[in-house]
Design a protein around this ligand. Structure first.
Ligand code: ATP
Ligand code: PAF
Ligand code: BAL
Length: 353
């Protein structure tokens, strides 16, 4: 676990054992930590996470260490971005493993001369600390101090998860105000989130640079995601369907297609084929899923495109719902929390040419 250190001269503080990484739990402790670094003109990079760390998070922390004197990683499962029927209660919490991964990464960063900084602090607040007026609730009509970024936060992920981007923008505004970073690091895996965060920074004149790290994938192409632990073996094998579909659309674009029908038609064909293959199997073997959306959108607004302007490019993105397995077999690995419905997202950027 982690330790609390104190001496006659310095007030007590928590650290991750065998490291110099501070564990900060309150707004006041972050402010106290940050003050001398502002005076010394040391830069701070913030990597916001909900914990359950994987190589996607690690790649963002590496990027932050290359470019900043200090890296702060926040670990906070923000209830405000979960809808009332979503998986807040079962969301994976792996504090001990996260702390170990951060300690190992920090040793590696220290040995690599190319880095400007290392992991200086983990910010792991409580909900009472983050919502001082009391948690406003997860409902669409909850009252409280919220940041809403529209219309970009209302489409795609925002249409399926109506309180999601309100929760994300609100908690990120809080995190940015608490940590006062020079740079913030987000993953392309959540591409619409990066558009929302860029809008937040621009529209509220925040003196912050937004850095987006590319999507880290498993060997078969599945985008790493904390929620992949829900899948279990059977669904994990089929979970690449979304990436395969997006790759097919990308290939159609690379082959010269510019219109929505042709580009997205290629993706939908893959989905239909994989679903047909699965439906031909017995219930004890098959995996079923539903497409929430497959989109071809403008990179700066996430509005749907009829035709891609190659000078601007586009974003291919999608969300699928992997349904709980039918006829579970004795001893079958169903995944974390009994293998509930899992919503997976992914995207590919069609770069401007
Ligand atoms: N595969 C990935 N590659 C790069 N960045 C990622 C990847 N997965 C997540 N991130 C980024 O890490 C940051 C923290 O994300 P979060 O803690 O929600 O993890 P997650 O894996 O996206 O979880 P979830 O399964 O809940 O979506 C976000 O900026 C997110 O985009
Ligand atoms: C940015 C974030 C940490 C805000 O809670 C979350 O949405 C995430 O992990 O992507
Ligand atoms: N990675 C985005 C966090 C969420 O889906 O709640």
């Amino acid at each position: 676990m982690y330790s609390a250190c104190s001496s006659a001269k310095s007030p007590g503080f928590e650290k991750i054992p065998s490291t110099s990484i501070r564990v900060l739990r309150t707004v006041e402790s972050v402010r106290r930590w940050h003050r001398p670094h502002v005076l010394d003109q040391r830069s701070v990079g913030l990597v916001p996470t909900m914990g359950a760390l994987h190589e996607g998070h690690i790649s963002l922390i590496r990027a932050a260490a290359r470019e900043n004197h200090h890296v702060v990683v926040s670990l906070y499962v923000n209830p405000a971005q979960f809808g009332v029927t979503e998986d807040l209660d079962s969301y994976p919490v792996t504090w001990d493993a996260d702390v170990k991964a951060l300690a190992a990464l920090d040793r590696e960063l220290a040995d690599d001369g190319a880095n400007l900084g290392r992991i200086s602090a983990v910010f792991a607040p409580t909900t009472a600390e983050m919502y001082p007026a009391g948690f406003p609730g997860q409902e669409v009509n909850s009252k409280g101090s919220f940041v809403t970024i529209t219309p970009v936060g209302e489409v795609l992920e925002g249409a399926s998860r109506p309180t999601f981007f309100r929760g994300v923008a609100t908690v990120c505004m809080k995190l940015f105000n608490i940590v006062q970073p020079d740079r913030v690091y987000f993953g392309q895996k959540d591409v619409q989130q990066t558009v929302v965060i860029r809008s937040l920074v621009r529209d509220f004149m925040l003196p912050i640079e937004v850095v987006v790290g590319s999507t880290v994938r498993a060997a078969d192409g599945l985008a790493l995601s904390s929620r992949n632990v829900y899948l279990g073996e059977r669904r994990r094998r089929v979970a690449t369907v979304l990436y395969k579909a997006l790759r097919a659309a990308e290939a159609a674009y690379a082959g010269g297609a510019r219109d929505r029908e042709t580009v997205l038609g290629a993706a939908n064909k893959v989905v239909e084929e994989v679903l047909a293959e699965q439906m031909a199997l017995a219930p004890e073997q098959r995996v079923t899923f539903e497409v929430d959306y497959i989109s071809l959108a403008d990179p700066s607004t996430m509005e749907e495109l009829v035709v891609v302007d190659p000078a601007k490019g586009g974003i291919l993105s999608g969300a699928i719902r992997m349904l709980p397995v039918e006829a579970p077999q004795p001893g079958e690995d169903l995944g974390h929390s009994g293998g509930p419905l899992v919503r997976l997202i992914d995207n590919i950027i069609l770069a401007p040419s």
